[in-house]
Ligand binder design. Sequence first.
Ligand code: NDP
Length: 254
Amino acid sequence: MTTIENGSGTKQLAGKRALVTGGSRGIGAAVVRQLLNAGAEVLTTARSATNSVPEGAGFVAADVRTRAGAEALAEAAREILGGVDILVHNAGGARPFPGSSSIPDEEWRDALDLNLLAAVRLDALLTPEMRERHSGMIVHISSAVVPAPVAPFLHYTAAKAALENYSRGLSAELAPFGIRVNTVSPGKTATPGGEQTREQWARIAPGQSDTSGVPLGRDGRPDDIADAVLFLLSDRASWLTGSSLVVDGGEFHR
Ligand code: NDP
């Protein structure tokens, strides 16, 4: 885990207010822990409250797939944090289907709502205040699998591909206002959601889901991904915007 301090020993994100979606487990919980460790004040959300939300973080229950959920979350962030300097869109995922023609309309809509529109809506609600303050940092969590889409997940990868494209466009729009927007694309990471999805995939398509052979020899840990997020939120990334950082042990680079 990265401990981020500036030269004088002050925690580098002290005084920053961060909103992280999906912080009750997996990658989101690691991001929340690392933000707290770097001195930020953190509010997170999930649909159901659990005792696994990292200690020290604020929590508000919301479903980011809906406009009402995004509006409630933005309002809670204003009330509890007084504003948002850092926005990490982490909540995401989708369940697999045997092939593209078996993915129902409602699952396509759900995948687009969770993996694309949740970020679009929340950014639209919170970036006007960042523009006024002339500062802000946004990280969208995509997936390393986007360049190599497979049939069971076409709804998911299409939504994440759109998220990456949107993120690059947003970065260009917001750069003149001092706001940096970047994407982190995880590979196979050991999280409750990741494991559950891979089990479902193995059941519907035995053999296809075997992703052993990660060049660096192991699956990712939530902190591997959180390290990349924290780097992008640090002063060391002050000249980085519109980028996509792939953190996958080399799996999708071959
Ligand atoms: P998990 O399923 O382990 O955790 C997801 C978190 O998001 C939970 O806190 C969950 O809480 C919350 N969440 C899910 N749906 C909603 C919703 N509609 N509204 C609000 N919160 C929600 O996911 P991971 O940590 O595995 O994944 C995190 C991100 O990384 C996702 O965007 C995923 O697509 C991406 N990713 C993960 C990979 C992996 O191998 N793990 C690989 C590539 C990308 P609750 O269920 O209570 O709402």
